[in-house]
Each structure stands twice: as structure tokens, then as C-alpha cells.
Design a protein around this ligand. Structure first.
Ligand code: DOR
Ligand code: ZN
Length: 452
């Protein structure tokens, strides 16, 4: 019998000297800002980066700066189950695109939680044809037995160690080790919400941010982090929204990944009684905030993520005790931090490492760096175009921001796969973002990526 015909090997990649598109501007290359030309091939991948690149079409942004688009690995859109005023995949993802985010990691605490394969499939169906950016879907592993099946569909897992919005039941001390073992057998990123309810302070309902911080103190976060750090080394562990420099150092010393969030970097309990700034884990004191900022600015926090939690404004105008926890932020993540770069308070390479490169690598996505082969997901930034944030001008369905009046630098343009989706701050793309899952290089080290 004749051997089966060999599958025809794919045509070798075109090694054309000519790119399909050339973006000319300035970029940070080999440690300094310099004029560059970036060639994009017909597949929307970066083909060449140099002083001069030939191409069929040319787009010159002059003195403006080209940076990779960001990955926000922690957002909550509210589908399914959101109220009529709640965020949807179209509203949240257009906000993401305008803020320079080309990929979001979407969390499973929707109603119902994304904890079965059917619900994952249903959420993926909701993304198709309705999202301005790519979406990686996290699953909620309610029992070890479900993990393998969920892992064949999900882009990652989110593990809640304390109750929070949409999450009532969390694994007990007895249940957690088996869950972590099961998660370690699946090669997907696992983000942990680290608060330990046994260390919460019971008592009177807090009526302000200082009280909220006291009720869910940093000690409860540190205790939960220690539970998570007991996970097998093979687990791609990532601790979400770390609120203090000391907790960040503990995690970093164990070579585990973590994120910090703009609200913990820029806001503190000094926002007083404002229920809009109520969030889990809570804002900390001004001294803690300043120390966390210093840790971040110095490049000692691996990633930044928004924890975009777009509660409708009416619910945030309830008395403090009754208001839900969470703040919106996917659209303002990068613009707020670009404004700190413009003010010379944050090095641009720290921002691009923490918002673009490492989150994409952690989620196994070929983007986030100006490297040949990476997707041409790029932003054009003009640092002279600073503006003051206004909640009612943002694209989120919630229409408010805890950063009202803060300086921001929005990208002027956003290109996805070599196609312009934001022009002069307006969304001009199609709703054709894809559901993506991690693809780690064969033989790559499992576990958390190096944080250096
Ligand atoms: O404040 C929070 N809000 N913390 C969470 O863990 C969930 C989030 C939400 O979904 O509203
Ligand atoms: Zn969250």
C-alpha cells in the first residue's frame, strides 16, 4: 500500500524586502528613543524594524512615538447577566481599544459564573462579531474534577480565595490543595484573587474607605498570598491586584507573577467616604500607595492591569455600606500611566514592559514588543496631547471614572494586525476581535514568567 501522501508543506514565508505597510515615527529601540520605520507584512505581523524599510504603503507619524498596544489581563465585562445599564462586550471592548488595549483577559464572575464548558462556549459566542479587541476568557474552577475539561476551552483560570462581586463560595483550606494540584496539570495562567476572609475584621459595617481598608486589611491579603504560594511550582501562578509594596516583594522573591492596578497606584483611603472608590481589595493608606508607586516606577512590579469593574453609576451613588465594590479602568489604564511618563515620573520602558510585553507573554500571545513575527498591534502616542479625564466622555456603559480630572494621554492611533482601529481618538474598526488562548513555545519553562 502506498504511504499516505505527505501533507504539502506550507509555502515558505515570503522573505520580501518590501513590506505591505510601513509605519514611520519614533520608538524606543536598544534603550533609546530614535527614528524608526516598522514594516508590517500581509498577515499583519511585524516584518522588519530599522532606520529605513521599503514598503507598498507608508504612514508617517512624524515626531510621534510608536509603542506596542497593551494587554489588560484583568477586566470584568458584565455578560451574561448584567443589568440593562451594565457594561457589554461591545461597550467595554471599544473603551479598551480607545485606551490602547488590544487584548483583554475577561473574568468569570458573571451571572452565572463561567464555570462549565457550556458557559465558556456561550461566552465565546457572545465575543464573536461583537468585540473591538481580542478576548481571553478565564474560567472559574469550582471543583478539581472540572479543571481538565474547562482547561481544554478556557484561556486561563481565575481563583477567588474570598467572596466578592458575583462570588459567594470559595475553596476551604481543605479543598484548596487538590484544586491547585488540578490547575497545575493544565498549562494555563491562573490568576488568584488573594484575600483571606478568616482575617477580615468583623464588626460594624464600614462607612468610609479607612473603615473598608480596616475591615479587609493588608494582613488578610498577605495571608491569602501565602496560601496561593503553596501551589505546585508548575502552576502558572499570578496574583491579581497587589496593594502593598511588601506583599509585592514577598511574591517577587518567590519568582511568581503579579499585577498592580492603577487605582492602588494612584488613589488611597484619602478619597474619604466616596463609595465610588470602594474596591476589593481596598485602597490602602496614602503612605502604602506611595510605596507601591515607588515599587512600580522602579520596575519591581511585573505587570499592571486595570481590574475594570464597571458598576453602573446609580449603584455607586448608594450609601457607602450598600455600594458595590469595584472601579472601571480598562480605557484609562494606559492613558493615566502615559501621562505619568509625560510628567517624567515613570520611564516609558517600565510602562511598556508592565502593560504590553509581560502580560502578553504571560497569556501566551505574540504581541507586546517591537519584534519581528509579533502581531502589528501598535499605538501612536503624542505626549504633548494631555487632557483631563471626564467620566462622561469615556466609552464604558458606566459613564464614570474614579480618576475624574486626572491627566491622561490617549493614543492618537491604534493599529491591530496592521489595520487602524482607532484614528484621532475615535474607534474606526470593525467588531472582529477574536477569542484567543495561550500558545506557549514548546519546551518553555512552566510556572510564572521571570519578573526581571
Ligand atoms: O472590587 C472588586 N470588584 N473586586 C473584585 O474582585 C470583583 C470586582 C467586580 O467584579 O465588581
Ligand atoms: Zn477583578
Amino acid at each position: 500500500m502506498a504511504p499516505p501522501a505527505r501533507a504539502r508543506s506550507r509555502a515558505p514565508a515570503r522573505r520580501s524586502a518590501e513590506a505591505e505597510l510601513v509605519l514611520a515615527g519614533r520608538a524606543f529601540v536598544r534603550g533609546r528613543l530614535q527614528p524608526v520605520e516598522i514594516g508590517v507584512d500581509a498577515d499583519g505581523r511585524l516584518a522588519a524594524i530599522g532606520k529605513s524599510v521599503a514598503g507598498a504603503r507608508r504612514h508617517d507619524v512624524g515626531e510621534r512615538i510608536l509603542i506596542p498596544a497593551a494587554t489588560d489581563l484583568h477586566v470584568h465585562f458584565r455578560e451574561p447577566g448584567g443589568s440593562p445599564e451594565a457594561e457589554t462586550i461591545p461597550t467595554g471592548s471599544v473603551g479598551a481599544a480607545i485606551g490602547g488595549v488590544s487584548l483583554v483577559g475577561e473574568m468569570p464572575n458573571t451571572e452565572p459564573t463561567t464555570s462549565t464548558t457550556d458557559r465558556l462556549d456561550e461566552k465565546a459566542d457572545r465575543v464573536r462579531g461583537r468585540s473591538a479587541v481580542d478576548v481571553l476568557l478565564y474560567a472559574h474552577p469550582s471543583s478539581p474534577g472540572q479543571v481538565a475539561a474547562l482547561g481544554r476551552r478556557a484561556g486561563g483560570f481565575k481563583l477567588y480565595l474570598s467572596p466578592t462581586t458575583g462570588i459567594d463560595r470559595v475553596p476551604s483550606a481543605g479543598e484548596l490543595p487538590a484544586l491547585l494540584e488540578a490547575l497545575a496539570r493544565v498549562d494555563l495562567p491562573v490568576s488568584v484573587h488573594a484575600e483571606e476572609p478568616l482575617a477580615f475584621r468583623a464588626g460594624a459595617a464600614p462607612t468610609d474607605l479607612v473603615g473598608w481598608d480596616a475591615a479587609r486589611p493588608a494582613a488578610s491579603e498577605a495571608a491569602a498570598v501565602m496560601r496561593a504560594l503553596a501551589a505546585p511550582a508548575a502552576l502558572r501562578l499570578h496574583v491579581a491586584h497587589v496593594t502593598t509594596a511588601a506583599i509585592g516583594r514577598t511574591i517577587r522573591d518567590r519568582q511568581v507573577s503579579f499585577e498592580v492596578s492603577p487605582h492602588h497606584l494612584l488613589l488611597s483611603t484619602e478619597s474619604g467616604r466616596d463609595p465610588r472608590a470602594k474596591v476589593n481589595p481596598p485602597l490602602r493608606s496614602e503612605a502604602e500607595r506611595a510605596a507601591l508607586w515607588e515599587e512600580y516606577r522602579a520596575g519591581r512590579a511585573p505587570m499592571v492591569a486595570s481590574d475594570h469593574a464597571p458598576h453602573p453609576v446609580a449603584t455607586k451613588e448608594l450609601p457607602f455600606e450598600a455600594a458595590p465594590s469595584g472601579v472601571p479602568g480598562v480605557e484609562t489604564l494606559l492613558p493615566l500611566l502615559l501621562a505619568r511618563v509625560a510628567a517624567a515620573e515613570l520611564p516609558l520602558p517600565v510602562l511598556t514592559a508592565t502593560a504590553c510585553d509581560r502580560p502578553a507573554r504571560h497569556l501566551g500571545q505574540p504581541q507586546g514588543r517591537l519584534s519581528p513575527g509579533h502581531r502589528a498591534n501598535l499605538l501612536v502616542v503624542d505626549f504633548r496631547r494631555r487632557q483631563r479625564l471626564r467620566g462622561d466622555r469615556l466609552h464604558s456603559a458606566c459613564g464614570w471614572t474614579p480618576f475624574e480630572g486626572r491627566e491622561a494621554v490617549f493614543p492618537v492611533e491604534h493599529w491591530r494586525d496592521g489595520v487602524r482601529i482607532v484614528d484621532d481618538g475615535e474607534y474606526v474598526g470593525r467588531l472582529d476581535g477574536q477569542v484567543v488562548r495561550p500558545e506557549y513555545a514548546p519546551g518553555a519553562v512552566r510556572g510564572a514568567p521571570p519578573v526581571g
